[in-house]
Ligand binder design. Structure first.
Ligand SMILES: Cc1cc2nc3c(=O)[nH]c(=O)nc-3n(C[C@H](O)[C@H](O)[C@H](O)COP(=O)(O)OP(=O)(O)OC[C@H]3O[C@@H](n4cnc5c(N)ncnc54)[C@H](O)[C@@H]3O)c2cc1C
Length: 295
């Protein structure tokens, strides 16, 4: 248990928050829901140089709205709010499912979507959906804002690309074209309170005939050091007429393309690969069904 003292700050505006983290840099940590940060502090894993905690509780970063860019979600929005939002369910069902799969109701009521991204765990439940949805992440500092494509966000296990004076402000999920369906499947042996053994999200866009796969994006979590896009598997089916044989090839390619930890004591790599093969095909078929049904 940590017995260190911290300066605790609760800025009441975004500008004030950026001022504080700009001033402290590496010596401050943002505190959103605290469900990752507090346990890591208790385990003594927090960098010894950190002296200040900057709470997002009053930062006004808790919102979900739709604008011309797409779905815009404040980084301090809780998983409960994301999972139960009619807007998210309508526009990006896979993300609502991902947030709804995090921990327990008590955890989801305080844990945030931004915290899930910033922790950058390989098995984070919003990572595969946001990857497949091609989300853009908005980071801000006193120097200004920058837009980070999610494929550039993860730098390795538990590492993201934020600079020490930056905070994640919001997440933008671009509007999906017509005839698009999205689906997320988390596989873990327990139905809740367990990290994913494998996470698969699929976004499928069909043409008007509903037979041709115009576009597909596949996000995978827990099967490589960081969440990833299965780009080779996508290429197998993109622009092609969908057949069962083609989907088998797509699923096999995803299973070959992922990179599960061979030294994991939790799950053997061969098992994770096998589950990627099974779940990618099931995920595609479910996303396709939703696309054909008009989402
Ligand atoms: C019992 C339990 C079960 C869990 N089960 C799951 C699960 O099933 N699936 C899953 O994915 N996760 C799970 N988690 C992990 C955790 O709940 C999630 O990752 C959660 O989304 C983290 O959000 P938070 O707001 O609590 O983050 P915090 O703990 O507040 O922050 C996490 C990290 O991100 C940084 N940070 C947070 N917000 C920002 C920001 N806006 N800008 C910059 N840095 C920021 C913090 O400084 C910290 O380093 C579980 C945790 C617990 C304790």
């Amino acid at each position: 248990m940590s017995n260190r003292d911290f300066e605790y700050m609760m800025p009441t505006s975004q500008a004030q928050m950026l001022d504080v983290i700009g001033q402290f840099g590496r010596r401050a940590r943002v505190l959103a829901g605290g469900t990752d940060l507090v346990p890591s502090m208790h385990k003594g894993k927090l960098d010894a140089n950190v002296v200040a905690l900057v709470s997002l509780r009053q930062s006004s970063l808790n919102y979900i709205r739709k604008d011309t860019e797409g779905l815009v979600i404040g980084s301090a929005t809780t998983h409960t709010d994301v999972a139960t939002s009619a807007l998210v369910r309508a526009e990006a069902a896979a993300l609502a499912t991902g947030s709804g799969a995090v921990g327990s109701l008590q955890i989801r009521n305080v844990a945030t979507i931004g915290g899930n991204l910033c922790t950058a765990g390989p098995s984070a439940d919003t990572s595969a959906p946001l990857t497949a949805l091609d989300a853009r992440l908005i980071a801000a500092s006193k120097r200004g804002t920058r837009v980070i494509p999610i494929t550039q966000w993860y730098l390795g296990p538990s590492r993201n690309c934020l600079e020490p004076d930056e905070a994640l402000i919001e997440i933008v999920v671009p509007t999906l074209p017509p005839f698009t369906g999205t689906h997320y499947r988390k596989f873990s042996p327990r139905s809740y309170m367990d990290l994913a053994w494998v996470g698969v999200a699929v976004v499928v866009t069909l043409d008007k005939s509903l037979k041709l796969c115009e576009d597909v994006r596949i996000g995978l979590s827990a099967v490589s050091p960081s969440p990833m896009r299965a780009v080779k598997a996508e290429a197998v089916v993109r622009g092609r007429e969908i057949t069962d044989g083609l989907l088998d090839k797509m699923a096999e390619t995803a299973s070959e393309e992922c990179n599960p930890n061979p030294r994991s004591r939790r799950v053997p790599a061969w098992y994770r690969r096998d589950m990627v093969r099974v779940l990618t095909k099931r995920g595609f078929n479910e996303a396709r069904r939703l696309a054909a049904a008009g989402r």
